[in-house]
Design a protein around this ligand. Sequence first.
Ligand code: MSP
Length: 629
Amino acid sequence: MGKFYISTPIYYVNDNPHLGHAYCTILADFFARYHRLKGDETFFLTGTDEHGQKVQKTAEKEGLSPKELADKVVLRYKELWSKLDISYNDFIRTTDDRHTKGVLKILDKMVEKGDIYKGSYEGPYCVSCESFFPEKDIVDGKCPDFGHPVTVLKEESYFFRLSKYEKPLLDFYSSNPDFVLPQGRMNEVKSFVEGGLKDLSITRTSIHWGIKFSEDEKHVLYVWLDALSNYITALGFGSEKDDLFKKFWPCDIHLIGKDILRFHAVYWPAFLMSAGLPLPKHIFGHGWWMKDQSKMSKSLGNVVDPNPLIEEFSSDVLRYFLLREKPIGTDGSFSDEGFIDRLNADLANDLGNLTSRLLALLEQQFQGKVSEGDGSLKETALKQLEEYHKAMENFAPKEALEIVWSFISTLNKHLVEREPWAKPRTKESEDTLSEVARALRLISLQIAPAMPHAAGTIVKSLGFAPSTFKTFSWDEKQETRAYRISNLFPRIDKKEYFKELESKKDKTVEQGKKENNENHEQKTISIDYFRTIELKAGKIIHAERVPKSNKLIKLIVDFGSENRQIVAGIGKKYSPEELVGKTCPFVFNLEPAKLMGVESNGMILAGNLDGEPILLQFLEEVPPGSKIT
Ligand code: MSP
């Protein structure tokens, strides 16, 4: 029995959780459950990253304080984790007091080491947004958020002597070649460090939402120093109650997405070296779930919401699909079709059929009795179990599940070959069915980290005592009584399913049309006709009055793929300044027109109050260019 500590990244609270976030957390839960089953004392940490400019800005847009926004989004994360049966031991929030205390303690140690000094940070600065932006985000001298002009500015900042750790990091990588996994990613990290490390600016005076640097309170800590520290502050580092830190640090594996590898494999170990603390054992950079060839992200509008999938198919099915469908290290593309195919093939057919066939035969022929069996499957079972353990230790969920499924298919074949249905109530049939039942008990254990509900149901239906559900071994002693259960994974008729999805959509449209007809005497239009009008969300990035008009305002509107000039008659009600940054609905395919000599390529939509136009806004942020349907 050993110890195992696994963490997920802490998620930003400027975004609702999507399938990509769920993936990383499911992976961590999968390994945590496996280690618990093995008897390891396990600590599984997740949480939220709540400070910094991104959160501050989203909160401003939503008219909330950053903490109010965080409280709202944290609930969505916790709700989703509970629906997905995520068995975390702790949920850390970077706004927790315990976290702040721990971070300041780490920083104290870095200061003591002489690794922090005061200097100045120079970079592109947007006066309107009051913030610095990374050089790479500046397009045509404009800030990425609102297209305001930026200037290069200097700001006082404290720096961390990252350059000092270049050599120690390279030495560490050489003596720990599997520090970063998968292996290929270790090389990426090494070459980055070999390219030279510059000292890192770790405070800002232009950001207000964050942990204040105790030595100089007008400075707020860089969000990554704050965030990375969660892995030890959650264990009580820096407080009197630090038994968890003593027990579980260093962490066995920080599971993260490949996009945040550098922070974890370069900065974090350097911070820890500076603070005189041991380094984590592994950093695993997993691949992404993509949709339509791109990484899911709120700004691209291509996120998959896991909630409807859980509601329709169960958390077990979604967990299994995500773990089994693609190798952990590479990217995979999500499709509804792939999802249904996987469910039907692996769950309804292979596992579902094996279970229901076996339980039915046991009941029909032996009133459910599972006897000792003849040991004929034991060797194969233990051999695949060994392979499975290897895959699990190598952090390879897809491969581990493939091993189990290959065994499931062996068992299905075994039944076909032995034909117990043709030899009812014979000793041979009893042995065959009892052997398969024992093998299926073991399989349940092996799939429990992926599908805790299904696994528990199968073991119970086979009549094995819950206590046997903890040992990865061939249980030959217990005689049990199995009982039939309803179909674990009903097969989905793909055609029907997609037809139903379509008809759900059509029904909503029909319903709307009907209501429209009932409510209005006037002439109606068909949905097809309505669809000829292209409506899109556009973000106003520039606004100015049309000379000599008190009503017209010339807008430059960002539609994602292009910026357009649109003239709007809203100047009596709104000033250009208050329009910049707003995302509103527009008619996109209106023929161009000239208003007081200024060309307009579209039309803003507005309500009406006492003859004045009132602009419309979205309840949630939508990306520029997204269609309004
Ligand atoms: N807050 C930082 C992490 C700090 S850890 C000390 C952060 N947060 S995040 O919310 O943007 O992303 C969290 C994790 O979700 C990252 O590991 C990221 O790779 C993962 N994913 C976000 N979208 C993803 C997919 N589409 N697919 C798989 N995982 C992806 O970064």
